[in-house]
Design a protein around this ligand. Structure first.
Ligand SMILES: Cc1ncc(COP(=O)(O)O)c(C=O)c1O
Length: 323
């Protein structure tokens, strides 16, 4: 069975190569930037957007004017949240979760106890289970906490539950490889709070993305709703067939499978599930996924053309015969 790692679309590659020929032309550079910002504003519903050099650059920009404490989930977040808050010398506080997923009661209680200035979450806990972002936002809003949602895995959610400007103060995302907006590099930040953007104007300029990234982003963002839906559906299909899959009922773009020997089983699976151009098997415990031994099938890494039923059935058979 042939599987392929997700690559930027043909259109994105063409747009990027054309833009590269115009590097240094300030007028066309500004056009690429403006078009990319318009596409981000359209997909997120936020009023202000900037393309930056990476997802971590977007997190750095978001944290740059914060004083802390920064609250993050105890697992299923992004390790960059920890590294960047340490870099800025900000106090970190942890929010206990249910295998990465935030419970609203716990959030309310912990905000009262730990008084964070901000909460950084990813739209999907560990890419595997949707967070109740609207409920989280309402609690943050009521308690004066800035909610920063890392939407690297969820841009274009047609249900508008994730990566939606109506219920996040700041959205950040990586558009590197392999992400939902799969440009191969770059990231973005957006908000509807003009003051927040003005306060960060220097760092936003310092960390800005190139016109080449902007050109690719405009093309890639067009396909995200479709590829997100296909990836979620593929995970739903696989989860139904694998007994020890975690979060069976939640939307997600990868699958964590509980296992006592994740390293050795992952080696076997990597030999049987070869992916041209990359891989799809990772192991836990890991902060970015889940704090317990498990194997992850990173379905989000696959080209959407590999998400057809026959291939998914093939993946399920290999996994069930190996674990
Ligand atoms: C959820 C999430 N946020 C941020 C990043 C960092 O993105 P970048 O590599 O573009 O800095 C990653 C990278 O894998 C990620 O998975």
């Amino acid at each position: 069975m042939e599987l392929f790692f997700k690559m930027p679309s043909k259109e994105a590659k063409k747009a990027m190569s054309n833009a590269s020929l115009e590097l240094g032309n300030r007028f066309s550079g500004n056009e690429y930037k403006k078009n990319a910002e318009d596409s981000i504003k359209e997909v997120t519903g936020h009023e202000y957007a900037r393309v930056l050099g990476s997802g971590n650059a977007a997190i750095m920009a978001a944290m740059s004017t914060m004083k802390g404490p920064v609250m993050i989930p105890d697992q299923g977040g992004w390790s960059g949240f920890r590294k960047i808050s340490e870099f800025y010398g900000l106090k970190l506080v942890y929010l206990p979760t249910e295998m990465g997923v935030i419970s609203l009661e716990m959030l309310e209680e912990q905000i009262k106890i730990k008084s964070p200035e901000s909460l950084f979450i990813t739209s999907f806990a560990g890419y595997m289970a949707e967070q109740p972002v609207k409920g989280i936002y309402e609690i943050c809003e009521d308690n004066g906490v800035i909610l920063v949602e890392d939407a690297s895995g969820s841009v274009g959610d047609p249900q508008k539950k994730l990566a939606c400007g109506d219920h996040s103060h700041i959205l950040v995302a990586s558009t590197g490889s392999p992400k939902m907006v799969n440009v191969g590099n770059g990231g973005f930040i957006s908000t509807s709070d003009q003051g927040m953007f003005n306060d960060r104007s220097f760092i936003l300029k310092a960390l800005q993305g190139s016109p080449v990234t902007c050109a690719g982003l405009v093309e890639e963002i067009k396909g995200t709703p479709e590829s997100l839906v296909k990836t979620i559906k593929a995970c739903e299909f696989i989860k139904k067939e694998i007994k020890s899959a975690l979060h069976p009922e939640k939307r997600g773009i990868n699958i964590a499978i509980r296992h006592d020997e994740p390293k050795s089983v992952a080696r076997l699976l990597r030999n049987k599930l070869k992916v041209n151009g990359g891989g799809m098997i990772t192991t836990c415990p890991r902060y970015d996924r889940i704090n317990q031994p498990a194997i992850c099938l990173e379905v989000k890494n696959l080209d959407v053309h590999c998400l057809k039923k026959e291939k998914l059935r093939g993946i399920v058979d290999i996994v069930n015969n190996t674990i």
